[in-house]
Design a protein around this ligand. Structure first.
Ligand code: ADP
Ligand code: MG
Length: 395
């Protein structure tokens, strides 16, 4: 990662029109916001700019209207809810035109209509980007979660106006840089979750980057099976045996130690606290059993690995954590990572929808150095891909 400008590099913004790309795509249930995390994430940037007298114009997508206006995906109803979170009035502008913007005063905050109502947004159409650019003097990108898309409001605009990273974007990029860009070694990666197939690129990228690759979750079963271990009825992708072997060989070449569990928690049926629950060595799984979590001895060994590391990046739970007691390994290792972070010996960065849910369940999300809620953008970054929205800021 090279340099990018932040709000610290902005001069006097009083009376300037600042287009801020945010992610207001919050989950809604029956017209009510069920989780306002994304709204709160924008507050540092928006408050700072408004306090400095900028005219703050918020750009966001909402849902998938596919290039045409859809009443049920308008951002209009969000203005009041966002104003409530922000603690000041928020205007809504239904048209992307200069006259409406001209009526705003320094310190005002307005949400513009859903970017994806215009086909030029997702097409990254230069004409639409120019329409947007004409509304503002400065562009601030504060939506890391949309940075893996090269759209007019996430990428095109950065080439037309002076471009800066907002506070949330800045924090995310700094954390990711500390975790995989230029990390303190040794570095450990935990990769878990259901399937190898969804995280092949992540695994391939990480073996060349980290010193310890800890594999858990359903994907550990695929690796165990590839190694000739009988995994019974476990979720496993037997057709990926050759791919798993390739990844293990690449790791060995790169000097990356791969950690697979040597004990596991199994059951004959997938239910909460099933009567058939038991812990066993990986070589003792019966044909009618399935592996639903890694075992306590494995967790203890992994905790010892983390104690020798300076950096940890984590994506994916170690077991079927939604169903007790198959959350035990994830919760225990997360608590170890959190404690090491608090002691100052570990930089810990985690991301992924289910991973964030699991860390919240373990009540340790606040004790990690950084937890990314970016989803797709976080995974693409874990795959080593260049994110167009980030690249545009770096020029
Ligand atoms: P994230 O959203 O953090 O990237 P994933 O979506 O890849 O994580 O994986 C999470 C899912 O993996 C969870 O629903 C969890 O129940 C499942 N999972 C983890 N371990 C197992 C296992 N041993 N067997 C079946 N499912 C598992
Ligand atoms: Mg998931």
């Amino acid at each position: 990662m090279t340099g990018f400008r932040t709000l610290d590099d902005l001069g006097d913004v009083h009376g300037k029109r600042v287009l801020v790309r945010v992610d207001l795509n919050v989950p809604m249930q029956d017209g009510v916001i069920s989780d306002d995390t994304r709204l709160r994430a924008t507050l540092p940037t928006v408050t700072e700019l408004a306090d400095k007298g900028a005219i703050v114009l918020l750009l966001s997508h909402f849902g998938r209207p596919k290039g045409e206006p859809r009443l049920d995906m308008s951002l209009a109803p969000l203005a009041a809810a966002y104003g409530h979170v922000l603690g000041r009035p928020v205007y809504f502008l239904g048209e992307w035109d200069k006259e409406a913007v001209a009526e705003l005063a320094p310190g005002d905050v307005a949400i513009l209509e859903n970017m994806r109502f215009h086909p030029g947004e997702e097409a990254n159409d230069p004409a639409f980007a120019r329409t947007l650019a004409a509304l503002g003097d400065i562009y601030v990108d504060d939506a890391f979660s949309a940075a893996h898309r090269a759209h007019a409001s996430t990428e095109g605009l950065a080439h037309l106006l002076p471009a800066y990273a907002g506070r949330a974007m800045e924090a995310e990029l700094k954390a990711l840089e500390a975790a995989l860009g230029n990390p303190e070694r040794p570095v450990a990666a935990v990769v878990g979750g259901a399937k190898v197939s969804t995280k092949l690129e992540v695994l391939r990228h990480l073996v060349g980057k980290v010193d310890h690759l800890i594999i858990g979750g359903g994907m550990a079963n695929t690796f165990l099976a590839a190694r000739g271990v009988a995994v019974g009825k476990s979720l496993a992708e037997h057709d990926l045996a050759a791919t798993a072997e390739e990844i293990l060989a690449a790791a060995e070449q790169a000097g990356c130690t791969v950690h697979l569990p040597y004990d596991v928690v199994v059951a004959k049926e997938f239910a909460a606290n099933p009567p058939s629950l038991r812990t066993c060595n990986v070589h003792e799984v019966a044909p009618d059993e399935m592996i639903l979590d890694i075992g306590p001895a494995a967790v203890e060994a992994l905790a010892d690995v983390l104690k020798t590391c300076r950096t940890l990046v984590w994506n994916g739970p170690l077991g079927a954590f939604e169903t007790p007691p198959f959350d035990a390994a994830t919760v225990a290792l997360a608590r170890t990572a959190a404690a090491l972070t608090q002691e100052g010996s570990l930089v810990s960065v985690a991301g992924g929808g289910d991973t964030v849910a699991a860390l919240n369940k373990a009540d340790v999300a606040d004790d990690f150095t950084f937890v990314s809620t970016a989803g797709g953008a976080f995974l693409e970054w874990m795959e080593g891909k260049e994110l167009p929205g980030v690249k545009a800021l770096e020029q």
